[in-house]
Design a binder for this molecule. Structure first.
Ligand code: DX5
Ligand code: ZN
Length: 223
């Protein structure tokens, strides 16, 4: 499927083997992946807890992958510089967790990282409309955040489509990331609705070897 936007697959480490994250990162790089998705959860914004800056920092020294960091945490402003210092290439904050979203976005840009805003499935697109020129990416959550392996929520397809139209209307090239329930079976449909950065956790890590699985996702896009 030809696209004016680059297609990027970013495997979610949430479904990787946490006892061997360094090796998992090396295996992804070896398989030809360029991005990796870190799901940071604080047990408050979402009912689950994962990892924070020290783990990312420890892995940064071992990996050249683009670290795409999805912050599912309350009041992310408290930790932005720590995550950038740890080696995050892109920080994505949830609009629902930021009272002063423009301030948070400006701070991420000031710190020198790429900036994304994530929206829960029910959150309207209006919250990012005026911020789009400042953003590298908008993350459309296609499950309620907190856990891997959940079922894709169909109405989010309409949302991706409207967001792509909004981005084109403003003559921007903002990435649209879709996160939750993405598989080789539905990735092409996501691209058709305007998404170009695809997160996959359970449908990726559950199917080694990773080079073959990556090929399966890419083939599904090109079909
Ligand atoms: C959910 C996370 C996702 C999740 C995706 O809170 O943001 O990144 O790990 O996992 P799958 O692909 O299994 O839905
Ligand atoms: Zn995520």
């Amino acid at each position: 499927m030809p696209s004016e936007y680059p297609f990027i697959l970013t495997p979610s480490l949430l479904s990787s083997d946490f006892s061997r994250i360094g090796e998992e990162l090396a295996a992804l790089e070896q398989a030809g992946l360029e991005w990796v998705h870190w799901d940071v959860m604080d047990g408050a914004f979402v009912p689950n807890i994962t990892f924070g800056p020290p783990v990312i920092k420890a892995c940064r020294t071992q990996s050249k992958l683009f670290f795409d960091v999805h912050l599912m945490i309350e009041q992310p402003d408290r930790y932005l510089s720590e995550f950038v210092d740890a080696g995050a290439d892109l920080l994505c904050v949830h609009a629902e967790a930021c009272t002063h979203l423009e301030r948070t976005v400006s701070e991420i840009v000031r710190l020198g990282a790429k900036c994304g805003v994530a929206l829960n499935p029910h959150t309207p697109l209006d919250v990012v409309e005026y911020l789009l020129p400042q953003l590298d990416m908008v993350l459309v959550m296609s499950v309620n955040p907190g856990f891997g392996g959940q079922k894709f929520i169909p109405f989010t397809k309409k949302k991706m489509q409207r967001l792509r139209a909004m981005i084109q209307e403003q003559k921007l090239s903002t990435h649209i990331q879709v996160d939750g329930g993405i598989t080789p079976e539905n990735i092409r449909e996501m691209a058709g609705h305007g998404a170009n950065v695809f997160v996959s956790g359970s449908a990726f890590f559950g199917f080694p070897p990773y080079a073959d699985r990556y090929r399966t996702f890419l083939d599904a896009l090109e079909r």
